[in-house]
Design a protein around this ligand. Structure first.
Ligand SMILES: *Cc1c(COP(=O)(O)O)cnc(C)c1O
Length: 405
């Protein structure tokens, strides 16, 4: 028997690895110094711990320690990258290129700049697998373009964008390239040099570290990227992000990076296997189900599936001992299908019936089998109550039916 509830929503957040917590503990108690206190050992001890973490973060993306700016999370990192570049380079241009399936931290930062009249933004479409075409990036660049912001891997459908190609185009056209790599770092190899990335956002709690700590990589050479800060204060973090450092969180984030880097190949292999097992378990037993996202260029732990004739929300309620996520977001009063799923061009019904499974470090094969079984039975039960599913099975073309009010 598996223990319930089962957590399978690791794109939303991950549990803190016990090894990460162990590393953090002393910094809550005896080692409580302020990393900016330059005149006593408490401060030096904290500073040393932060330096170590800075190296651990830099190492996992092949950057230099001094290029890492600590923030409160990736939302802040994305804001700082986008708003910071647009403000600093305003005399050079005001055009930003991004993509419709980006995280809200990127999209809403762009929208805010548009609203304030500080930028014009091109939102590139994606193909049916959720992938942006590098040629579209190239074509969108004008002499006013100051920033390209494309995520490494999508948090809903797991699709991995052709980042290296986009990085090459950005270099060739001399445009700064920001990449929200929150879902990629620690899960798949990320290398700011080989990938041609100039700014990169990452987050602690998506890689088995604590919540409330993130980082922005800022390239120091070839080109040296400049930013206008969005938080002013004591000039911490090379003046780009003031505020007393969250030493405990930073120590945990560093430890999480070191573990992730070391275990990446094995963990990616294991999660791919588990994900494929879950996928097979569902696809072999159910008809009318569809994979959302790229069939191969996808994060190891990601599985996003639409179950036709089943409301995602109803399915979630029916499997309440399994924590997964539906493609619909309850915004105010209405239930809107996810903008990411909609961007794939699939119809509204299928968009409403999507479920995201996010496998992580602590999931087991037994849990996968339990979830596959639980979901299969619930989908069958819901479909038994669905007249539409019955009609479709009888060969009636639902599009031809004249519905009466
Ligand atoms: C979670 C997430 C963020 C936001 O990170 P926080 O640290 O929670 O602010 C940004 N981008 C992506 C792709 C994410 O998955």
């Amino acid at each position: 028997m598996v223990k319930t509830p089962i957590y399978m929503d690791n794109h939303a957040t991950t549990p803190c690895d016990p090894r990460v917590l162990d590393a953090m503990m002393p910094y809550f108690t005896t080692k409580f110094g302020n990393a900016a206190s330059r005149n006593h050992s408490f401060g030096w001890e904290a500073e040393e711990a932060v330096d170590k973490a800075r190296n651990q973060l830099a190492s996992i993306i092949n950057a230099k320690a001094k290029e890492i700016i600590f923030t409160s999370g990736a939302t802040e990192s994305d804001n700082l990258a986008i708003k910071g570049v647009v403000e600093f380079y305003k005399d050079k241009g005001n055009h930003v290129i991004t993509c419709v399936t980006e995280h809200k931290a990127v999209l809403d930062s762009c929208r805010a700049l548009e609203r304030q009249g500080k930028a014009t933004v091109t939102y590139l479409p994606v193909d049916k697998h959720g992938m942006v075409d590098p040629d579209d990036v190239r074509k969108a660049i004008t002499d006013k373009t100051v920033l390209i912001s494309i995520m490494y891997a999508n948090n809903e459908i797991g699709t991995i964008h052709p980042i290296r190609e986009i990085g090459r185009i950005a270099k060739e056209k001399e445009v700064i390239f920001h990449c929200d790599a929150v879902q990629a770092v620690g899960k798949i190899p990320v290398d700011v040099e080989k990938d041609g990335i100039d700014l990169l956002a990452m987050s602690g709690h998506k890689i088995y570290g604590p919540k409330g700590v993130g980082a922005l990589y800022v390239r120091s050479k070839g080109p040296r990227v400049r930013l206008t800060p969005i938080i002013d204060g004591g000039g911490h973090e090379r003046g780009m992000r003031s505020g007393t450092l969250n030493v405990t969180g930073i120590v945990g984030f560093g430890a999480a990076c070191e573990i992730a880097a070391k275990e990446l190949p094995e963990e990616a292999r294991r999660l791919t296997e588990l994900r494929n097992r879950l996928q097979a378990g569902l696809f072999e037993r159910l008809d009318e189900i569809y994979l959302n996202g790229h069939p191969t260029e996808r994060l190891p732990g990601n599985l996003n599936v639409s179950f036709a004739y089943v409301e995602g929300e109803s399915l979630l309620m029916g499997i309440n001992d399994v924590a997964v996520s539906s493609g619909s977001a309850c915004t105010s009063a209405t239930l809107e299908p996810s903008y990411v799923i909609r961007a794939l061009g699939i119809n509204e019904e299928l968009a409403h019936s999507s479920i995201r499974f996010g496998l992580g470090r602590f999931n087991t094969a037994d849990e996968v089998d339990y979830v596959a079984d639980r979901v299969t039975r619930e989908v069958k039960r819901l479909r038994e109550m669905s007249p539409l599913y019955e009609m479709a099975k009888e060969g009636i073309d639902l599009k031809s039916v004249q519905w009466k009010a």
